[in-house]
Write a protein that binds this ligand. Sequence first.
Ligand code: FMN
Length: 546
Amino acid sequence: MPDRTLLEHTNAGGDSTGSSAPSGAQFHPYGIASAVHQIRSPLSALCDRSGRRVGVLTSARESDNDAHVPSGTHLLGTLPPLYPEWLGDRSFCEAHGVRFPYIAGEMANGIATTRLVIEMVRAGMLAFFGAAGLGPATVERAIKTLHEELGPRGPWGVNLIHSPYEPALEDGVAEILLKWNVPRISASAFTALTPAVVRCAASGLRTDRQGEIQRPRKVFAKVSHPTVAERFLSPPPRDVLRTLVDREQLTPTEAELAGKIPVAEDITVEADSGGHTDNRPMSALLPSILAMRDSMTSSFGYTDPIRIGVAGGLGTPRGVASAFAMGAAYVLTGTINQASVESGLSEDGKSMLAEADLTDVTMAPAADMFEAGVQVQLLRRGTLFAARAKQLYDTYRAYNGLNEIPQAERTDLERRVLRSSLEEVWNEVVRFWHERDPAELRRAENDPKHAMALTFRWYLGNSSRWAIKGDQRRRSDYQIWCGPAMGAFNRWVSGSWLDPLRNRSVVQIARNLLEGAAVATRAHQIRTFGAPLPDSAGNYVPRRLV
Ligand code: FMN
């Protein structure tokens, strides 16, 4: 456990007011720890005459430190003020008109609500509305709200998720994003570049008077694999551009300009995260993609910077600090925002997340790519969803149709998992797909295995909705996407101001993470001078930040 007394003492030194009480030289570990938290003041490292004791001196101005070096000590070096705003790549804040290099990521089915996006943008951060899984009409309503509340050009965005099984849906959402000229689009789950995502990146491209290519909107790409990163770091494939010109969805000029620039200039590298994830460690993935960015920038001769951000596993200030230290231009969080006041998840679901520890997560079959065996990471504690979804997947693998399932297994599925007869579920499946895409039903008529997949996907799709609605009758079936960041976050905030769910606004979560990341960064800087820091000096206790 961190030393709370020390933390309360040290936290008192730095806050968002920018206070910078001048103080004398500190050689005692507790005094040094206190100086660590005065991140907005310059800090000098000193050495005594023996050359063995290292201490620090903080003051309002860097020049003061030079003037006040106590006799008998000499200056090792001076650190400038450190603001959370400066942790990432300055070009990120400039390009997107935000104060902080921080994004609240999209969460499907509107769990990342319009309210969540609005709060983040008003606090100087970027956020994406969770459009995946929603019908085009709902997505359009949300865009209208964001337009009205935040203006047409504000730093808000919407997710465009690749839908390999429903290409018409992907095209339909892209059409709406373009119709409303949504200023930022987060493209995710793409393995190859589809016409929909290329159209979003290229439509409206033009040159200004200086001949520079101007983008009317910015596409972010979320990637967890180097080959996908490579596609977004390249100009779009020629054949896709040609198709779009033939369909009159791009002009020849737009296609020509698109051929000179990368599809995306903001690439979010996603490590082990909640929801869809390859469970890759950030420390392996990020350096590889940073190197790829550098070599592709040089080989294509790009002149504008390409920013690489990081998502996955971020739930503590030290985690965020490590992402920036590794070279992330910005950070993006997901899981921890699902338990925020503004999230669309039910209060019941949020309270389950608040109980989660690091290892209370598991992988289970995904609703959208069930047949392909794709899995998502989700909460294990307090719900039996993962075990039940795996049972459905095993059954799907074992038989060619519902009729082949032996009676005992069928009864077990109906009683324990579906809690409905297979016939009742099938009737609901027919109603749903009749509205959404009747072609699925036609396919199921001729393919009993597909009919079985649709039936089982009924459970996987509804289990998310039960969690969102907080349907107590199906509590043990809640499907709540969640990564290890949740447990890390809960441990960090335990007993602090951010512990109660009512205080976990998405903005306070972000501001505290960034403030704490600046403290952790400062502690690291001071450590490199050889100052005797107490172990917990870089810890930060959450508080209400204004
Ligand atoms: N990412 C997407 O690109 N599209 C989504 O629809 C989507 N839905 C999500 C829903 C939930 C409940 C969660 C927890 C994550 C979702 N994500 C989605 C991923 C997040 O946007 C973000 O990239 C990820 O959560 C970051 O990792 P973390 O969970 O460790 O914070």
